[in-house]
Structures are given as C-alpha cells and as structure tokens.
Design a binder for this molecule. Structure first.
Ligand code: KMH
Ligand code: ZN
Length: 272
C-alpha cells in the first residue's frame, strides 16, 4: 500500500445551502478560493459543482468553464473533476454540460439510488452514454458507488463502454437511501473492487469518521467538503472546506498517510 494520499475536496455540491453552512461557496471566485484553501490544507483533487450566484445548482457549460478557469488560476495544482451528477431532476443532456470545461476527470454514477426524499436516476443507457461522452472527450471517469450493486454495474459498464485498464472509484456511504456509512461497509466494498483499482471513500455527515478512518487504514483515499459534511465535530460547524480537509489530514497522519504531491497524485490516478 502506498502512503501517498489523495484528498478530494467537494466544496459545495448541489444541495448544501448557506443556512446549513454559511461558508459554502457559490460563485466561480468563491469556489476557486475554497479550492485554493483546501489545496493549501492538503487536498489534491476538487469535485466541482457549479452554482448560480443565488446558489441554484446548474450544469450550464459556460458557468462550468468560468468556475474551472477560476480554480485553475487560483489552485493550479488541483486535479479538476467536474460533476456529471448535477442535481436530482436534471436531464442527461443538462448534466453533460460540465464536460465543456475540459476537466481531467468527471464523476460517473454507476446506478440509480434513492437520495433523501428524491431519486438520483442513473439507468444503464445513461451510464453508457456518459461513459462514451467522457471517453470521447478524453476525460477520466471517477466511478461513483452509492450502493453495493453499483459495483456490479461498474464492472458491466467498464466492459461495455469499454473503459480500458484499472478504474478509479469513489465509494459514497451514508446518503439516506444508499449504503450506510460504516467501517464494515468500506471494507466490504473495497474488497470487491477489481484488482488494480484506485479508490476513495466519502462518508456523508457524521459517517465521515468511520468511513474515512477505515478507508485510510485499507489504503484508500478520502473525499470531504461542504457537499458531504458541514461540521468538523458534532455541534462545531466548519467555517471553510479547509477545516474539513485539515481534519482528514490529521487522521491520515496518525495512520501514516500523507498528502501526495500534485505530480504523484496524477501518477497514482493514471492521469500522466
Ligand atoms: N447531487 C447528487 C444528486 C455527482 O456529483 O456525480 C449527485 C452527485 C453525484 O452529487
Ligand atoms: Zn457531487
């Protein structure tokens, strides 16, 4: 297992509001500034959702181009990964708007899942369309796994698309409607990944601690940020994404893991 750690910061997501986290960024400049702070704290990849100035989530191509350009200016070492998940209810065409920003990576969710009170729809034809769009654009997918069956869907997708070589996965645990955020589930899911895969884990809300600790101990990477958590500990809100990244770095240090250099992070993910 490599000691090198890739922390992904997810600075705003599509759902988190300023009522929940006053520091959640909306504009390209705000998102870029949060990315810079997170990079300085140890994050090496940013999972980008674009927002309009009033906080409304959008997959608008121009807004993504502006947001990614601002991130590249202020945090040039960051691996930029755009969301193709967007927000619940968006069409497939809308969701693919983010690829206009020419990112290095993009998320690709491997199946439909209940998502709070809604349903995050990712049927097989949409998965295939997204994989082919990413392949055509030269963008490396991050396969998002919200439930155990998504691993089987990911294997089907990799063969069918076809996606060459080992893939990178993000195990997302603790979404209400998806797999629960426990250490046992991290071990079970990561054990089932195809050999040679790279992976990170995301623990939603208070499941961050068991999920991140298990992932770090098992050789995985970690995602955090206002998309996923708003408190650094129960009752203590995070002021910035950098607070959440600093918590991940502190736990990692105890387990002998340290943030990779930007070059090494790209090498680990097969981006070079
Ligand atoms: N906002 C969620 C419905 C992704 O970015 O790829 C989907 C999501 C996944 O956040
Ligand atoms: Zn997302």
């Amino acid at each position: 297992m490599s000691d090198d750690l890739i922390i992904t910061v997810a600075p705003c997501g599509a759902e988190t509001t300023r009522e929940q986290a006053p520091g959640v960024p909306y504009t390209p400049g705000e998102i870029a500034e949060e990315a810079r702070r997170a990079f300085d704290a140890g994050a090496r990849m940013v999972h980008v959702h674009a927002r309009w100035d009033d906080g409304t989530p959008t997959q608008d191509a121009d807004r993504y181009v502006a947001t990614v350009a601002a991130i590249r200016e202020r945090a040039p070492g960051m691996i930029v990964q755009v969301s193709t998940g967007g927000a619940i209810g968006m069409t497939a065409e809308e969701r693919l708007g983010s690829l206009a920003a020419e990112p290095e990576m993009a998320s690709l969710t491997c199946g439909t899942v209940n998502f709070g009170r809604g349903v995050f729809e990712n049927p097989a034809p949409l998965m295939l369309e997204f994989a082919r769009a990413q392949l055509a654009a030269g963008v490396r997918p991050e396969l998002e796994i919200f439930d155990a069956g998504h691993l089987d869907n990911a294997r089907w997708l990799a063969a069918k698309a076809p996606l060459e070589g080992p893939q990178h996965h993000d195990l997302v645990l603790g979404v209400p409607g998806g797999i629960a955020g426990t250490a046992q589930n991290v071990v079970m899911l990561s054990d089932r990944l195809p050999p040679g895969s790279t992976w990170s884990a995301t623990g939603i809300g208070h499941s961050f601690l068991p999920v991140a600790t298990a992932a770090l101990a098992c050789g995985g990477h970690v995602r955090c940020g206002f998309e996923d958590q708003v408190e650094v500990e129960p009752g203590t809100p995070a002021a910035s994404n950098a607070d959440l990244v600093a918590r991940a770095v502190a736990i990692a240090k105890l387990l002998g893991r340290t943030p990779a250099t930007p070059e090494r992070a790209r090498e680990l993910l097969g981006l070079t």
